[in-house]
Write a protein that binds this ligand. Structure first.
Ligand code: HEM
Length: 443
């Protein structure tokens, strides 16, 4: 979901229908409670039937307009930062800091978004990620073969966090990585919590973890600066990209500082610990529940594995992305993937999940059917927005899809598995209650 706050005094006409709920509490309890059930969209469906696709509510003491309408969401996403600006809960703004890319606007935002996006989309980076992730999976497989059971959520996090940290700051396995992972787990727990900073509170602990993370990143950057000296050869990670820009900027007075870099790297580790591993976890969950889709996926991936083995070739990132059925599975999982955030003042909350699971947009939206796109339905730009849109379209989009493809390829061509019963929770972010325990058997 995307939260935007209306800027200025636009004449909106009339406020949509809806209920502001109880004094102070509004409709918060029902909104959150739905996230813990197997039907997280019940909150939306009930109100949609009563008031229509766009309605008003009150969540966490803020009046809010909730949109389940793809056209309205498109207007919000495509705005240029003048009509709407992003809003996040107080705990998020406290933890990500004032210089967070999510809160930046105007020219500085455009520049930083362009810098990160340009690097993350580059073929040389994708090649390195495909290779590193492939190797990392091989070493994880050795470990998993000796285990009775693994927890997919936990294992996927270990792998994707390590891959992203390398992309961001070039840090490989070792004590620093272990320390970073531990501190980051502590940091991320506070993203959605009560915004009270007193010692002992969740937010305070997460802020302290952030201080330790920033200190370590600063040390890594300083070491890199010493090694690079005045030279800027190939840009191998996001730190290199920022340092080069910092040097170029000395001439035109813009200010990318070391603190700014440390802060940006910290927030950019979130998808390594949350979004990407959750996509992988859900992919294995849904595939495990759908034997026909798993069979087709295995066939497609086995064919590639045999071809590569037969010619004795290494994989290129393009090999993984050429697997069309595997890509359709990823798109479908993205549709099931929901991210919840909470607004401030009069906000508009554009619910992406409701659009993805709306019968008006997709026939049988709750059916796990990766063949959907082979027949007629396309993933239309307005009705498929798991990566946001407009100026804030996720720059990690292609990288995430590549990571899922690499993971699925090596996993399904090496193991069969049986999953234990588990439940999905969607608030504040998607996760499996028990971490999706599975029992593996090598193929
Ligand atoms: C499953 C994987 C992912 C999903 C579903 C996802 C989703 C999103 C969404 C919805 C936004 C828009 C937020 C907004 O409008 O305020 C966003 C922004 C962003 N994402 Fe991702 N993301 C994923 C992976 C990644 C990865 C791997 C990176 C790499 C570092 C990344 C970096 C970013 C950055 C830097 C932004 C801020 C863009 C800006 O405001 O200009 N994301 N992401």
């Amino acid at each position: 979901m995307e939260m935007m706050s209306s800027r200025g005094n636009d004449n909106i006409g009339r406020i949509p229908k809806g209920s502001l709920g109880w004094p102070l509490l509004g409709e918060t309890l029902e909104f959150i409670a739905c996230g813990y059930t197997s039907k997280p969209l019940d909150f939306m469906h009930k109100r949609r039937t009563l008031y229509g696709k766009v309605f008003k509510s009150n969540i966490l003491g803020r009046p809010i307009i909730i949109s389940n309408d793809s056209e309205v969401n498109k207007v919000v996403l495509q705005n240029d930062g003048r009509k709407f600006i992003p809003f996040y809960p107080k705990s998020v703004t406290e933890l990500l800091g004032k210089s967070s890319i999510l809160q930046m606007n105007g020219n500085l935002h455009k520049r930083v978004h362009g810098l990160i996006g340009g690097f993350l989309k580059s073929p040389s980076l994708k090649e390195a990620v495909a290779r590193d992730l492939g190797n990392l999976m091989e070493s994880s497989f050795m470990r998993w073969r000796d285990s009775q059971q693994i927890h997919v959520q936990y294992e996927a996090k270990k792998i994707t966090f390590q891959v992203l940290v390398k992309v961001l700051m070039g840090l490989g396995p070792g004590k620093d990585l272990q320390f970073l992972k531990k501190q980051f787990e502590e940091f991320i727990k506070g993203l959605i919590c009560l915004p009270i900073k007193l010692p002992g509170t969740r937010l305070h602990k997460s802020l302290k973890a952030k201080e330790r993370i920033m200190k370590l990143i600063k040390k890594i950057i300083e070491e890199k600066m010493k090694c690079n000296g005045e030279e800027h050869g190939a840009l191998r990670d996001v730190v290199d990209v920022f340092l080069k820009q910092m040097k170029d900027d000395q001439t035109d007075g813009h200010n990318i500082t070391i603190d700014f870099i440390c802060n940006s790297l910290t927030e950019m580790m979130i998808p390594g610990e949350d979004s990407v591993p959750m996509l992988i976890t859900l992919a294995l969950k849904y595939l495990g529940d759908s034997p026909s889709a798993l069979k087709k996926l295995k066939e497609e991936n086995m064919e590639l594995k045999m071809k590569k083995g037969y010619h004795g070739e290494c994989y290129s990132w393009k090999d993984y992305m050429s697997l069309s059925f595997t890509q359709n599975v990823t798109i479908l999982i993205l549709i099931c993937f929901a991210g919840y955030l909470i607004p401030k003042d009069w906000c508009i909350l554009t619910s992406f999940t409701s659009i993805h699971l709306d019968q008006d947009n997709y026939e049988k939206p709750y059916k796990f059917d990766p063949w959907r796109w082979q027949n007629k339905e396309g993933s239309n730009q307005n009705t498929f927005t798991p990566f946001g849109g407009g100026q804030r379209l996720c720059p990690g989009l292609e990288l995430s899809r590549l990571e899922v493809a690499v993971f699925l390829h090596h996993f399904v061509t090496t193991f069969s598995w049986i999953a234990e019963e588990d439940t999905m929770i969607t608030f504040p972010t998607v996760k499996m209650k028990k971490g999706l325990p599975i029992i593996l058997s090598p193929i």
